[in-house]
Each structure stands twice: as structure tokens, then as C-alpha cells.
Write a protein that binds this ligand. Structure first.
Ligand SMILES: [Fe+2]
Ligand SMILES: [Fe+2]
Length: 171
């Protein structure tokens, strides 16, 4: 059973997440998306969990705003499909830093494995904006810029909370 951090609803079995799950099930069932479970992203959160968090909040916000919630959900799952541990992968000579190059790597991996629309492509490749300089083209791309940061804050908060809880338990 999986959940987005901060949500009480099971992605696979709750009525509230039914539409969301229907939109992303094929991605969540794929080997390449599950490979993200091997890589740590923000502290104790894996890339897989981070992408699920971004996807779910992207979906909720875009649905609320009358934007394309399905594409928002799918791009969220794929936006960090770069498949390496960025802490342990030294940058090769001439390569851009991880923060700037991983959206393009994620897009290439996504396109090799799934049908990716122009809107989803823009969401994936611009999610680090303004670090990636080109302006987002669609409203959904601005939403993912925000949800990506929001998810990172949630994940760091969860990590800090765990540390404090452990500290109190051992005091
Ligand atoms: Fe990213
Ligand atoms: Fe991300």
C-alpha cells in the first residue's frame, strides 16, 4: 500500500485516490518506475516516493484549477526518472550539475519507455525552473515547479521529525 507523504489515502485502495490511481497505474506497475525505489533522493525518501508525492499533489492542484490533472499526475511520476544516486555519482568533465541536467535524463528515460505528450514533456524538463532557464510553456509546468519544492519540504520535514522522535526516545 502506498501513500503520498502527508496524505491519509492509500493510492491503491482508497476511493479518494481512485481516479489518480487509474491515471498512473501502468507507470507504477512498470519495472523502470519501480527502479526508482533503489535510489535515495531527499534524506530517507526514495526517488519513487518523491515522484509519487509530486504526482499526487500535482494531480490534486491541477484538478482543482481545472487543468490537465491526468497529464499532471503522469508527469509527476516521471519527472525525476534519472536513475542514479546523485550523491554518489561524480560529475563528468563538461557535464552540467545534477540539478540542471537530470530533467533531460528523466525525459529521455520516460520517452524510451512510455508515450509522453508535449505538455508532459514540458512539465518534466522544466520542473527545476528557474534553474533550467527556459520558461515553462504550460500552466501545469508552473504547478510542478511548485509541487516539486513542496514535496521536498515535506520529505525533509518527515526526516527531521523522525530524528527528533528518535532523539526523544533515546533521551
Ligand atoms: Fe528533479
Ligand atoms: Fe523532484
Amino acid at each position: 500500500m502506498s501513500k503520498a507523504i502527508g496524505s491519509k489515502y492509500s493510492i491503491e485502495s482508497s476511493k479518494q485516490a481512485e481516479e489518480f490511481y487509474h491515471y498512473v497505474k501502468d507507470l507504477l506497475d512498470s519495472d523502470i518506475v519501480n527502479e526508482m525505489k533503489k535510489y535515495r533522493h531527499h534524506y530517507s525518501t526514495t526517488c519513487y516516493q518523491h515522484c509519487l508525492n509530486v504526482s499526487y499533489y500535482n494531480y490534486l492542484i491541477c484538478r482543482k484549477l481545472g487543468l490537465d490533472a491526468k497529464k499532471a499526475a503522469r508527469a509527476g511520476i516521471l519527472h525525476d526518472l534519472f536513475l542514479y544516486d546523485w550523491r554518489e555519482t561524480p560529475r563528468k568533465k563538461g557535464e552540467k550539475p545534477h540539478g540542471m541536467r537530470h530533467p533531460q535524463i528523466a525525459l529521455e528515460n520516460a520517452k524510451q519507455n512510455f508515450a509522453v505528450s508535449k505538455r508532459e514533456e514540458d512539465m518534466i524538463v522544466k520542473h527545476m525552473w528557474p534553474l533550467t532557464l527556459k520558461f515553462p510553456r504550460y500552466a501545469e509546468s508552473y504547478v510542478i515547479v511548485v509541487t516539486d519544492k513542496y514535496a521536498a519540504i515535506l520529505e525533509i520535514g518527515t526526516h527531521v521529525k523522525g530524528k527528533i522522535r528518535n532523539f526523544i526516545a533515546s533521551a
